[in-house]
Ligand binder design. Sequence first.
Ligand code: SAM
Length: 219
Amino acid sequence: MSLSGLDNLDAQPDADRSVRAYRRLAKGYDRTCTWIEALRHVAVEGLQLQPGETVLDVACGTGPTLPLLARKVGIQGRVIGIEHSPEMAQLARQRMASDGGNVSIVVAGMADPRHVYAADAVLMCYTQDVLQSSAALDQLIKACKPGARIAILGMITLPWLWGWPVNLFNMYRARHYMTTFRNLDRPYRLLEQRGARISVVDTALWGSAYIAVGTLPAA
Ligand SMILES: C[S@@+](CC[C@H](N)C(=O)[O-])C[C@H]1O[C@@H](n2cnc3c(N)ncnc32)[C@H](O)[C@@H]1O
């Protein structure tokens, strides 16, 4: 694992490196992200979920947003967490072990062609690598109903002219949690290029986190 994060300057996300990194990060992961708890709630609200709907939690990690989603769609609905790290997915399963049964966790990369769910909505919290993977985004669009709703929470860079110290600090801190720094100025750019409509509705942490909502392409 690179100490400096220089590997992340490579353009493409590296799924194998990510799986290896989260093998090590999984155990302490929840302690590192308590500070974004309130933002998770805002992102979930942005999905405007209805009882009975199917929602994907893409790259769900240890599953901190799964209970929020499960409550919104109710027992008639379905929550599907997709996660490529077996260690992260195992912790998500433990978290949901006593929960109502409308949550399933699929251990696979988002680019896996077996993902087909006709989902109504998609949540992506701190999923930079997935957002930068063309194969994963193409599969995500196929896995959902046309025009499915999407909410994204994640890291974004400030304008480099004055924001560079904050950007460098955040990128250094995040270097093990993502394998590419591509498009950090507009992390949802590849989704927009596929016809998704995305609007940033909120920022936090002095502008270095964003919440965006929108819809996937209509067909
Ligand atoms: C920063 S964590 C975020 C976890 C969770 N969404 C949260 O909000 O805490 C990023 C997660 O993305 C997963 N991941 C990265 N690339 C992936 C891919 N192509 N398919 C599925 N999961 C992926 C990692 O294993 C890791 O669990």
